[in-house]
Design a protein around this ligand. Structure first.
Ligand SMILES: [Zn+2]
Ligand SMILES: [Zn+2]
Length: 369
């Protein structure tokens, strides 16, 4: 195996392919590790290389592109180029002595000033390269929200990319004069738009067993709520009109969910748009959802009885044994494959008639489409 000496110079820079034309990892200079990536062309000629480095490193090198380019042209191999690059960086990153103050890059000091205006107590996290800033914001109901601001490499020319747990993507309005505080201001306004949606899903998340998503948050409008030991109701709350009747989907054995479906259809007119989704559902279905104060979440797990998992690609175990004492759910594909392999099963067109793997009562399944 050929060695190219990169490990000796930059032990944190890891070859990504056998040809050793792509390295990714960190450049350690002046006690700091900077994300770094270098890609050599197929002919391994250094001068055609592409370098990708952190925003911070780019900033440090902003006036030295010519020098870096020249070193790339002249270095005989990648390890000697890396030695040169590290030397340049070492010089640039070293604090200047002789009474001179260290020159903080202008952008840094601006960002730090903007964070001071916001208040450091609202900072959740800032990464070492200063590209991801997480800030905490409280809404008018004192709920805490976190926004992650990802600064573009061309900041502030290009708008930062912001992510937060919201039911729709948060796009920031940005101009060259915009500051971090402006993002927070826009984010707060966005949070107020969704106050009622937060109220509605908060109540559901607190008072029922939400089986899906695993950790419910405000970016997901879907909730699958436990109804009983093998039945659940999946609803999709409209974030803009959270109090209207949500899309409802019942999952479970026919004898459990058919009566509920009927009640929903019969009592639809009783839906009261002043009330919450939870109170409306309970009143219209004439049930009380199992509550965390009285039950365990494990009582309502609905894993497939064949593969023992819940998600199979995107499918959930929605084929349920109709025997009231069994009610075991299965994935359609799992049950189909299981029954098809048994000589006792009978197939007619695309439906298989067989026995429930759990209770041996008759069960049918259609071929997965
Ligand atoms: Zn399965
Ligand atoms: Zn069964």
């Amino acid at each position: 195996m050929t060695t190219d000496g990169v490990f000796a110079v930059c032990p944190l820079l890891i070859p990504q392919n056998k040809d050793r034309t792509l390295y990714e990892g960190f450049l350690s200079v002046a006690g700091q590790d900077f994300p770094f990536r270098i890609e050599l062309p197929k002919n391994k000629e250094l001068k055609g290389s592409r370098i990708l480095c952190s925003w911070q490193l780019q900033h440090v090198l902003r006036d030295y592109h010519g020098i870096v380019e020249q070193r790339l042209q002249q270095s005989p191999d990648i390890s000697s180029f890396l030695v040169e690059l590290k030397n340049i960086l070492e010089r640039l990153l070293q604090p200047k002595d002789r009474g001179q103050t260290t020159e903080t890059p202008k952008l840094y000091s601006q960002l730090i000033q903007q964070i001071e205006d916001i208040g450091w107590e609202n900072v959740v996290d800032i990464d070492s390269s200063f590209t991801n800033i997480q800030l905490r914001v409280a809404d008018s109901s004192s709920r805490q929200h976190v926004i992650t601001i990802h600064l573009n490499k061309q900041h502030p020319v290009v708008a930062p990319n912001c992510t937060a747990e919201l039911p729709s993507a948060f796009k920031v309005k940005w101009s060259l004069q915009s500051k971090l505080g402006d993002i927070l201001h826009q984010f707060s306004k966005e949070l107020e738009r969704y106050q009622d949606f937060f109220n509605i899903v908060d109540e559901i998340d607190k008072k029922t067993w939400v089986l899906e998503p695993d950790r419910p948050n405000y970016s997901v409008t879907l909730r699958r709520i436990a109804l009983g030991s093998s039945s659940s109701l999946q609803i999709d709350v409209d974030p803009v009109h959270p109090r209207i009747l949500p899309e409802c989907k019942f999952l479970g054995a026919d004898h459990v969910i058919n009566p509920l479906r009927e009640k929903l259809n019969t009592n639809l007119e009783r839906w009261d748009q002043q009330g919450s989704v939870l109170t409306n559902l309970q009143s219209i279905l004439d049930i009380e959802f199992p509550s965390p104060s009285k039950s365990q979440k494990q009582d309502f797990s609905m894993e497939c009885g064949i593969c023992y998992s819940y998600r199979l690609d995107t499918a959930i175990p929605d084929q349920v044994c109709n025997d009231p004492r069994c009610g075991q759910p299965f994935h359609q594909t799992c049950l189909y494959e299981w029954l098809r392999a048994l000589p006792s099963s009978r197939q007619s067109f695309n439906t298989i008639f067989g026995e429930c793997p759990y209770c041996s009562k008759p069960i049918t399944v259609k071929m997965a489409s």
